[in-house]
Design a protein around this ligand. Structure first.
Ligand code: PNS
Length: 162
């Protein structure tokens, strides 16, 4: 039995994330979607809110669980019995960032990372652009699962209201 971890900030989950998770579901027996905090990013949603949205979006996959993690990803992998980290790669910039983390993680505890090239039609989709477009009044319908759309519109309105 192989358990994989799909880690990320998921602030919020996008159709690009779901494409990677769906493909991990096909490859591994169990997939743990692990919501962490990227200290360099300003969050729109609380971790618990992101988890609720992810659980809704992943409800059709019985082999997927969604959980919060803090601290080192490699420690979480060890605690949860995961053998592999799965990450999507959209571009060379992603590669440059991700390959260093993958090498560091493998050096720390031996856990390896499997990279998935994202679907070409989704390679421009990112949570940070979704946050920016939504906050400036743009339509993010094509980029997020249904349950996220309402929440992002409400959150942006709350923030605009002070
Ligand atoms: O979606 P993101 O923002 O690319 O997710 C990044 C995340 C949360 C997966 C990454 O920052 C991470 O693994 N954080 C945990 C802390 C850690 O293990 N840092 C050392 C990485 S080599």
């Amino acid at each position: 039995m192989t358990r994989a971890v799909c880690p990320g900030s998921f602030d919020p989950v996008t159709v690009g994330h779901l494409d990677v998770i769906a493909r991990a579901v096909d490859l591994y027996d169990e997939v743990v979607v692990a919501v962490g905090s990227n200290v360099s990013k300003r969050a729109l949603f609380l971790p618990q809110e992101r988890i609720v949205m992810l659980r809704e979006a992943c409800a059709a996959w019985p082999s997927v669980s969604v959980t919060l993690f803090s601290g080192l990803l490699v420690d979480f992998c060890r605690q949860s019995g995961a053998e592999v980290i799965v990450k999507g790669l959209r571009s060379g910039a992603d590669y440059d960032y991700e390959v260093q983390m993958a090498q560091m993680n493998r050096t720390l505890t031996g856990v390896d990372t499997a990279f998935m090239p994202t679907a070409p039609q989704l390679s421009y989709v990112s949570s940070s652009l979704v946050r920016e477009v939504a906050s400036l009044g743009g339509d993010v319908t094509p980029f997020v699962p249904g349950g996220v759309l309402d929440r992002i519109q409400r959150r942006v309105a709350e923030q605009a209201g002070g």
